[in-house]
Ligand binder design. Structure first.
Ligand code: SF4
Length: 437
């Protein structure tokens, strides 16, 4: 039985143009409410690039679809691949994928924008982007130490959607909707669930804002979700305006995967809204170099041109990106697009994530493979988000080789040991002394 049938939704595949009213979920209605694109919007849609692989894909699987529709983010949202039938129409599913999707119930459903599907391998279930978005049997295997809320966010929730853990900053879970659903999502328990705790609701937003109004120690708000960029322009404008009106909030950040999986969402109108609320920063969730297309070059350029400082966050995953030959071009490709690699995360021990998780030393190996071998700007911070609410803990390779009297011995990226005069220092004492040149 498909996911959509299980939830009583329309299971028809979007064989041709996808029109509105195919989906009745409230938060999706928000994305579909807007009227048909007006002339300038149509011209803008035509100006958005479509890479050749993606063009061939949509001509095959969405044959009646115009470029204007394809480049309309609301169309992409409505046409998301969300059922077994739709998956089967596009992908050659393995038996494992088929069974795992059929078994799924509850939050974190399958959801893939047609654009993002066009970047995946349609036949090979081991292809990285596909593995991160189509359910497999591994999700049903629970291993020790895993949890549905591994970071203890529910415990630190002080108002609807507000997680207040650190002294001067909060996480604001603005919506439970994403354009695509990642199988390793830390918030698997709350995203994509029509009845979920963090679905969009003005009443909840008002309660969250009321909390922030009185907590004047909060100077930094990270808007996340779900994905805040799935919220329509008017509501996002309203929310950012209300936050910006709070004088003690100095700094707004948006955490999003949209520029990579739904780049068409980065419209001129959205950018003009975001620009009003500087200083506004953005952390873009990026997984693999295959995401670096003409479309994502355009989406990141539009954001960077609007003066929005862009950082990336990447989850380290087994068989997906746990190889320096993948990670280095990813980080360098981001820099070329004016996105500063910010965090490389050890995969959180969310329930059913063992098939994605690497050993922690793999992250150190990746950082060692970047540090000194490419520009420092391309080297992110490797961090473990400590289970139980401990927060992010940076883990870095140890470049201290020891001490020789007043000299600190340091190891460089090639393994050479060098002396630094450090009279009276203690750093390096007790380490086995390595020979310095
Ligand atoms: S986009 Fe972010 S919040 Fe949404 S499923 Fe992926 S990781 Fe989770």
């Amino acid at each position: 039985m498909s996911l959509q049938i299980a939830r009583g939704r329309d299971a028809k595949p979007p064989l041709r143009s996808v029109r509105s009213k195919t989906d009745l979920r409230p938060q999706l209605q928000e994305a579909t409410k807007a009227p048909a694109p007006k002339a300038p919007e149509k011209r803008a849609a035509l100006r958005f690039p479509v890479n050749s692989k993606t063009r061939a894909f949509y001509k095959t699987f969405y044959p009646g679809t115009s470029t204007i529709e394809w480049n309309n983010w609301r169309w992409q949202m409505r046409a998301r691949i969300r059922s077994l039938e739709e998956l089967g129409r596009v992908f050659r599913l393995s038996a494992d994928e088929y069974d795992a999707v059929a078994r799924h119930k509850g939050s974190l459903p399958v959801g893939i924008t047609p654009y993002y599907a066009s970047l995946m391998d349609l036949k090979d279930p081991s292809e990285p982007l596909r593995r991160t978005h189509i359910t497999t049997g591994g999700e049903y295997v629970r291993t020790p130490g895993e949890d549905n809320d591994p970071l203890g966010e529910d415990h630190d929730t002080v108002a609807p959607g507000i997680v207040h853990r650190y002294p001067d900053r909060v996480l604001f879970l603005t919506t439970g909707t994403c354009s695509t659903y990642c199988r390793y999502c830390t918030r698997a328990r709350v995203v994509g669930n029509p009845g979920g705790e963090y679905q969009f609701s003005m009443k909840q937003w008002e309660q969250a804002l009321a909390y922030l109004e009185v907590h004047t120690e909060v100077r930094d708000v990270l808007l996340s979700g779900g994905d805040p960029l799935t919220i329509g322009d008017d509501r996002l404008d309203w929310l950012l305006g209300r936050l910006r009106a709070l004088k003690h909030i100095e700094f707004l950040r948006i955490g999003t995967k949209v520029p990579m999986v739904l780049p068409q969402r980065i419209t001129k109108n959205l950018v003009s809204i975001l620009k009003k609320y500087h200083p506004l920063w953005m952390s873009i969730h990026v997984t693999h170099p295959n995401e670096l297309t003409e479309e994502t070059t355009e989406s990141t350029a539009r954001l960077a041109d609007a003066g929005i400082p862009l950082g990336s966050q990447t989850v380290l995953m087994k068989g997906i990106n746990d190889d320096i030959a993948i990670m280095k071009p990813l980080m360098q490709g981001l820099l070329k697009r004016r996105v500063r690699p910010y965090y490389l995360y050890q995969c959180d021990p969310i329930s059913g994530s063992a098939h994605f998780r690497t050993k922690v030393e793999k992250g150190l190996e990746i950082i060692e493979g970047l540090r000194g071998h490419t520009t420092g700007y391309a080297t992110p911070i490797f961090a473990v988000d400590a289970p139980g609410g401990g927060g992010k803990i940076q883990i870095a390779p140890d470049f201290i080789a020891g001490r020789d009297g007043d000299d600190l011995l340091l190891r460089n990226f090639e393994g050479g040991v060098y002396r630094y005069p450090d009279p009276g220092g203690k750093l390096g004492k007790g380490k086995p002394k390595l020979a310095a040149e």
